[in-house]
Ligand binder design. Structure first.
Ligand SMILES: Cc1ncc(C[n+]2csc(CCOP(=O)(O)OP(=O)(O)O)c2C)c(N)n1
Ligand SMILES: [Mg+2]
Length: 667
């Protein structure tokens, strides 16, 4: 049987060889953390390489995602569907070993990491999901949800602000099954960190309410093992294990230096590492006894089997709960009657004809859907009263009682969004979380990561424009809608009234392949009259709201709070004998996905005279109105004044829309 160090050396050598072959990558972190990973994976991690989707597996997150060869080596060695040939394709097009670990590309990669700090926040989300799911499903004598979340992170993650947001909340929520390993190697890209990172990290985490295990020798397997045992014994607090390591361990000339962080070691040094470690095999050759030492297939199958047995007993005792678990966690399906009930709610919202803010309409939708969907896990970054995310059936989650369905995220927009990503990646929940649209920019990269990972998340953004008024330009987004819409695989909805708000919530909940941003007004909006057929067409993202007689002279396109004023402008134009059409376009990406004949029926190519109306940056809309079209929109920041005064000041009036259309037709 090979020694522990020899098992760890397999990671070191595979990592340096793959980086060398790709002529690109980061050998330092995998070589430094190899011993820790070996102990964690071989002695503790509960997982089944043959079923990476097993619901009660431990979650492993490599927050320092630049060390991707560490996780690829672990997955390969322990028996996942990741062959040596895949390792040889490290960082190549369409390989299963992309530059940074990517969810969906590699079996066993739980979350995409690389943007430092987000992995630990995802890990916090996974631990939240475990804790809430356990509170909802476990019963006396039946612990069907009972797993740990392990996170590796480095100095970079520790320096990033998001780690403060997420770890602070993790302490408050008492996430006892979250165990993080800080790769305390004193090195980041620019060199020794003393010049830019001198926090007392143990004290910092103790102040958050974490259990901290200090100064563990990360190259001493027995010490690492003892630390993990101690961490698991602490069930009320998350644990940070601070492991002292040497970056690039095993490289005689580069270990301990940032030279080993992010470039190939070089062929000569690679040869010296082999000598130093006593590794006598060619690149990408692992001897049978090493594979044997790593093989987790039999142990993993047995672990899953024993859980399956537990689940059978649970199913006998609690058949309904077991069916819910299967629906929510295993399949991620909605209740069979959800679609019909949601349709009825949309129709009811249309019939009621209320003049309310779309954020209020959103709250009405949440109130209607939460009782139908226990998987909805809500929250807001300290703006519940403004975002209107709380409803009667919302129950806050606390350290002591995690059986609720609502998280008070505090003022942590980025943390909230990345935690939502972790909750969604874990499974069992559809998270929704809210802030002002302006502060989406604080969270932007986590929203992008959600879209990249194809996660089912609902980002709720209220106070969506200058219409929010007195708070002024610091709170009035101009460029955010455009950037949301330009994010691949993110659907953005900006509903015009209660019916569109309800339809957008339904679409967001039903979307399994990516996140949705729902954008709502602070101010009251007119109720819009629609036929039943028009109500059904909301789900197509864009539809004819007020039609012309035959082919229109001009088409007006509006979204959200500007639909009402645009309809009025169209009426004024019609009174002047103009034959115009109004298109409501709550979601451009959803409209773009419709078949060409539908799109052509709404926006016929033959009608070049087009005007878009939206209180956001004009540039986005030229795609729909063409270079010769007009946009009633924003090119500057807003101002501080009451909302109606600002809307008038910036031209969102019937008169200005009418004259813009007339000018265009007269040109
Ligand atoms: C948000 C973000 N900023 C910057 C980078 C670029 N980057 C990658 S690794 C790294 C330094 C990380 O230092 P550390 O976590 O200590 O890694 P080590 O060198 O110890 O492996 C930086 C700045 C990044 N990946 N993500
Ligand atoms: Mg470091």
């Amino acid at each position: 049987m090979p020694t522990r160090q020899h098992l760890a050396n397999a990671i070191r050598v595979l990592s340096m060889d793959a980086v060398q072959k790709a002529n690109s990558g980061h050998p330092g972190a995998p070589m430094g953390m190899a011993d820790i990973a070996e102990v964690l994976w071989n002695d503790f991690l509960k997982h089944n390489p043959k079923n990476p989707d097993w619901a009660d597996r431990d979650r492993f997150v490599l927050s320092n995602g630049h060390g991707s060869m560490l996780i690829y080596s672990l997955l390969h060695l322990s028996g996942y569907d990741l062959a040596m040939d895949d390792l040889k394709q490290f960082r190549q097009l369409h390989s299963r070993t992309p530059g940074h670990p990517e969810r969906g590309y590699t079996a066993g990669v739980e979350t995409t990491t690389g943007p430092l700090g987000q992995g630990i926040a995802n890990g916090v989300g996974m631990a939240v999901a475990e804790k809430v799911l356990a509170a909802q499903f476990n019963r006396e004598g039946h612990s069907i949800v009972d797993h740990h979340t392990y996170v590796f992170l480095g100095d970079g993650c520790m320096m990033e602000g998001i780690s403060h947001e997420a770890c602070s909340l993790a302490g408050t929520l008492g996430l006892g099954k979250l165990i993080a390993f800080y790769d305390d190697n004193g090195i980041s890209i620019d060199g020794h960190v003393e010049g830019w990172f001198t926090d007392d990290t143990p004290k910092r985490f103790e102040a958050y309410g974490w259990h901290v295990i200090r100064a563990v020798d990360g190259h001493n397997a027995a010490a690492v093992k003892a630390a993990i045992e101690e961490a698991k014994a602490e069930t009320n607090k998350p644990t940070l294990i601070i492991t002292k390591t040497t970056i690039g361990f095993g490289s005689p000339n580069k270990q301990g230096s940032h030279d080993s962080h992010g470039s190939p070691l070089g062929l000569e040094e690679v040869a010296l590492v082999r000598k130093t470690l006593g590794w006598e095999y060619e690149p990408f050759v692992v001897p049978a006894d090493i594979y044997e030492g790593w093989d987790a297939k039999a142990k993993g199958a047995a672990a899953e089997q024993s859980w399956n047995d537990k689940f059978i007993a649970y199913k006998t005792a609690y058949p309904e709960l077991a069916a819910e678990f299967d629906r929510r966690v295993v399949k991620g399906d909605l209740p069979a009657d959800f679609a019909a009930k949601a349709e009825a709610f949309i129709a009811e919202s249309q019939a009621k004809g209320e003049k309310i803010a779309s954020r209020k309409a959103s709250q009405n939708s949440i109130a209607a859907f939460v009782p139908l969907l226990p998987e909805l896990l809500g929250g807001s970054a300290d703006l519940a009263g403004s975002n209107l995310t709380l409803v009667k059936t919302s129950k806050g989650i606390t350290a002591e009682d995690a059986s609720g369905n609502y998280l008070y995220y505090g003022v942590r927009e980025f943390g909230m969004s990345a935690i939502m990503n972790g909750i969604s990646a874990h499974g069992g929940f559809i998270p929704y979380g809210a802030t002002f649209l302006m502060f989406q920019q604080y969270a932007a990269n986590a929203v992008r990561m959600s879209a990249l990972m194809k996660l089912r998340n609902i980002f709720v953004y209220t106070h969506d424009s200058i219409g929010q008024g007195e708070d002024g330009p610091t709170h009035q987004p101009i460029e955010v809608l455009g950037s949301l819409r330009m994010t691949p695989n993110l659907d953005t909805w900006r509903p015009a009234d209660a019916a569109e708000a309800a339809a957008s919530w339904k679409a967001a909940i039903e979307r399994k392949t990516g996140p949705t941003a729902l954008v709502f007004s602070r101010q009251n909006l007119d109720h819009i009259a629609r036929t039943g057929a028009q109500v059904a067409e909301i789900s197509r993202g864009g539809y004819i709201l007020v039609d012309s007689v035959g082919e229109p002279e001009a088409i007006l396109i509006a979204t959200g709070s500007e639909v009402g004023v645009t309809v009025k402008a169209a009426e004024a134009l019609k009174a002047k004998g103009r034959n115009v059409r109004v298109v409501s376009m709550p979601s451009t990406s959803v409209f773009d996905q419709q078949d060409v004949s539908y799109r052509e029926s709404v926006l016929p190519i033959s009608v070049g005279a087009r005007v878009a109306v939206e209180t956001a940056h004009v540039d986005y809309w030229y795609k729909y109105v063409g270079f010769d079209g007009r946009v009633v929109g924003m090119t500057t920041f807003g101002e501080s004044a009451p909302g109606p005064a600002l809307l008038e000041h910036f031209g969102f009036t019937v008169d200005n829309i009418v004259s813009t259309v007339e000018e265009l037709l007269e040109d």
